[in-house]
Design a protein around this ligand. Structure first.
Ligand SMILES: C[S@@+](CC[C@H](N)C(=O)[O-])C[C@H]1O[C@@H](n2cnc3c(N)ncnc32)[C@H](O)[C@@H]1O
Length: 191
């Protein structure tokens, strides 16, 4: 099932057929949803096996390209209407995050949208697990690295890059899952 965030972004786009890049597409559910809505989609993930599976599974869709790549280290591309990142910025270091956000700004068309959903410091598992040495706000829980973003710092960084924030909140109800309703950051930033 596509995420609530994918539905939210699709609703923002309305009838417009957009060029979208998803950073960290995982099992492809949101990328495939956008493609089925008629958008042109580049879906990036570092997991080779997953990308191979998705390429085969969705070879009948001609408006989606899956690519195995590190989204923190991409070259500049033809500009996109949407850069979409759901639950990925908390899997990378602050330095990689800054590089990714800088890349997003450079690689969006004017009025293009950077759409982010991510764990922040109001998230219920912030500070749970083992703190990562020499890294601020990062913890390992159940073998999983997560770095919890500071909402105000993220908003300030985006504004300094030149984005206008159409929507920014850290709240519940964005991504209820399995009977749990945790607190997440959601940002829609316009170039
Ligand atoms: C928690 S999953 C989220 C998947 C999807 N966005 C969703 O919401 O269902 C995070 C994904 O980001 C990918 N990922 C993390 N860091 C990455 C990087 N530097 N480059 C590419 N993919 C990355 C992981 O392989 C994983 O598939």
């Amino acid at each position: 099932m596509p995420s609530l965030f994918a539905h939210y972004v699709a609703d923002l786009l309305g009838d417009k057929k957009a060029e979208i890049i998803e950073l960290g597409c995982g099992n492809g559910r949101d990328a495939v949803f956008f493609a089925k809505e008629g958008h042109w989609v580049d879906a990036i993930d570092q997991c080779y096996n997953e990308i191979c599976f998705l390429m085969k599974q969705y070879q009948h869709l001609d408006n989606i390209d899956f690519r195995c790549d590190d989204f923190t280290d991409m070259v500049d591309d033809e500009p996109y209407d949407v850069v979409y990142s759901r639950f990925t910025l908390h899997s990378i270091s602050k330095e990689q995050q800054d590089r990714t956000l800088d890349w997003a700004y450079r690689n969006l068309k004017k009025d293009g949208l950077l759409c982010i959903e991510v764990r922040g410091q109001k998230n219920e598992i912030y500070k749970v697990g083992e703190a990562v040495e020499n890294e601020k706000d990062a913890y390992i829980l159940d073998d999983h690295y997560r770095r919890f973003l500071n909402f105000d710092d993220l908003c300030d960084y985006l504004k300094k890059l030149g984005f206008t924030l159409d929507f920014a909140a850290e709240a519940k109800d964005f991504a209820p899952f399995n009977g749990q309703n945790e607190t997440y950051i959601r940002v829609i930033a316009r170039k």
